[in-house]
Design a protein around this ligand. Structure first.
Ligand code: ZN
Length: 134
């Protein structure tokens, strides 16, 4: 295992990180109109309702966009890592890392599936890998 900076958890994002710890990817959804949203926030952007619950994502999605940061080097990140914006099949997008793939093999629209990576101190982060990977 290696170390990674933990996310700052707030009252709005607590459910998301609790789900990740249980290896579940949860999406916030509006009780009023059903619109899903991510990142979590208090109010629905469609109908302004403050009532929400959560839906469990399938974990499947596609690469919407990606970058390979080079500089500055960050603690906990190996050289040649990939930061991606993944569009889940439910329609919301999240910023994540792609793992178990050569950076040169990453492409827009590539099918990916969630995996839960464990780090020092019990930290779990949701990342994505190519869907065809065993
Ligand atoms: Zn709504």
């Amino acid at each position: 295992m290696s170390s990674r900076l933990a996310p700052s958890v707030t009252a709005d994002t607590q459910f998301f990180w609790d789900g990740v710890k249980e290896h579940r990817l949860l999406i916030q959804g509006c009780v009023g109109c059903g619109t899903l949203r991510h990142p979590p926030r208090p109010m629905c952007p469609s109908c302004q309702s403050f009532e929400w619950d959560t839906a469990e994502a399938s974990g499947r999605g596609t690469v919407f966009s990606f970058v390979m940061p080079r500089h500055p080097a960050l603690p906990g990140f190996d050289d040649g890592y990939v930061v991606a914006l993944v569009e889940l099949e439910e329609g919301t997008r999240l910023v994540t890392n792609l793992v178990r793939v050569e950076p040169a093999a990453v492409s827009i629209g590539m099918p990916v599936v969630v995996c839960f990576e464990e780090f020092d101190g019990g930290l779990v982060l949701p990342m994505f890998m190519p869907e065809d990977r065993p």
